[in-house]
Design a protein around this ligand. Structure first.
Ligand code: TXA
Ligand code: MG
Length: 346
């Protein structure tokens, strides 16, 4: 049985779930990025249950969420000065930092690695839950492995009801895409997954930062185990078309209509597409990021067979993260008259 708790002004409604968390149960909770599926990072059996509940491959390590600096210090070997500076600037917030792990963190959490990913989420319910439980909380995104991440409690209920002990309903997640994963264990800091904190923002603090090569070259093996899997995919076929190529989209819509395919459009321009299912995702990238996963799930709920999604034209900020998720969800394919490499897209 899964118990659902609504977040209220008085966060003590979460104390029961916090206690369950420290006792080894699974609790799905909201963060500012996406919902997380939490277990005590100090309880190997509980962490094992996360992998079972999601159907997650064992070789994909989890992020350890903390609510204060003492908790952070207990899970890592040390905090280098540059990492401390990042925490000062971006925590609580959508930045996950990879550091050397301490002995407290088992290889079940890190999938055998000597490093651990750590993050302090910027959400009052998440922080209260972790603080009250008194344990660092290992949590991947709270979706079935391979599906779009969950940005509303209703998504979590659809994927994980009956598989977890608690689901905390904190409404829609603000950012809508996952955190930036930054590896601070090498000579030059590397972004393993673009996310809520941009490359430019990190460069302001650190100077030199780069995307890890595999993010821009599909032939290379990603350093972050999670990045090699097909991810975020709706059940429908997803076709990405550059925003601005309205004619193309209209052609696809006509073709689909002739074939009798149920078709939907995700759009970020004001173009009025003649399709039965249209989800306007906002004309700025932050709004698109906020609604992407919700829109993909909505299309599946409608039974849409083909989704045509406009790929935003701008760059910088959240755009690389948005394009990364869209490309992964579409299996890397973009239909375009303009021949571009993946490098140019990120
Ligand atoms: O916003 C987020 O990051 C959300 C919320 C819940 O915090 N969490 C999330 O977790 O997206 P997950 O498990 O879906 O993605 C974690 C990513 C994966 O790509 C994983 O491979 C990578 O982080 N990762 C975790 N630990 C790592 C490590 N030690 N080295 C390299 N990559 C790591
Ligand atoms: Mg995930």
């Amino acid at each position: 049985m899964t118990k659902i708790i609504q977040v209220e002004n008085d966060l003590s409604v979460l104390d029961e779930a916090a206690e369950a968390l420290s006792a080894g149960q699974l609790v799905a909770f909201p963060t500012e990025t996406v919902y997380g599926l939490g277990a005590s990072a100090l309880d190997e059996a509980a962490v094992g249950h996360i992998f079972e509940a999601k159907g997650r491959p064992q070789d994909n390590p989890l992020i350890v969420h903390v609510s204060n600096r003492d908790m952070l210090n207990s899970v890592v070997k040390s905090v280098p000065a540059a990492a401390a500076q990042l925490m000062e600037t971006f925590w609580p917030g959508p930045l996950t930092i990879i550091l050397e792990k301490s002995d407290l963190i088992s290889h079940t959490v890190t999938a055998g690695l000597e490093t651990v990913a750590v993050r302090m989420p910027n959400h009052p319910a998440a922080l209260h839950l972790i603080e009250k439980s008194g344990v660092p909380v290992a949590a991947p995104s709270a979706n079935l492995s391979g599906s779009p991440s969950t940005t509303r409690a209703s998504h979590v209920i659809a994927d994980l009801s009956g598989r977890v002990d608690y689901i905390i309903d904190g409404g829609a997640c603000l950012v809508g895409l996952e955190s930036t994963v930054l590896d601070m264990t090498g000579e030059v800091p590397q972004i393993l997954r673009p996310g809520g904190v941009s490359l430019e923002a990190l460069q302001m603090v650190l100077g030199e930062v780069r995307y890890e090569p595999a993010l821009q070259d599909a032939e290379k093996t990603p350093k972050s185990p999670g990045m090699k899997y097909r991810h975020y995919a709706p059940k429908a076929e997803l076709l990405l078309v550059d925003a601005g190529e309205e004619k193309r989209i209209e052609e696809f819509l006509n073709e689909a209509k002739e074939k009798g395919n149920k078709t939907g459009v995700l759009c970020c321009t004001r173009h009025p597409y003649d399709a039965e299912y249209v989800v306007p995702c906002g004309t700025d990238a932050a709004a698109y990021a906020h609604s992407l996963f919700d829109a993909l799930r909505q299309m599946d709920d409608w039974g849409v067979e083909l989704i045509i999604a406009e790929l935003p034209a701008d760059s910088g900020g959240i755009v690389p993260a948005l394009k990364n998720r869209m490309l992964k969800a579409a299996g890397g394919r973009v239909v375009s008259d303009v021949v571009e490499t993946r490098a140019e897209r990120i």
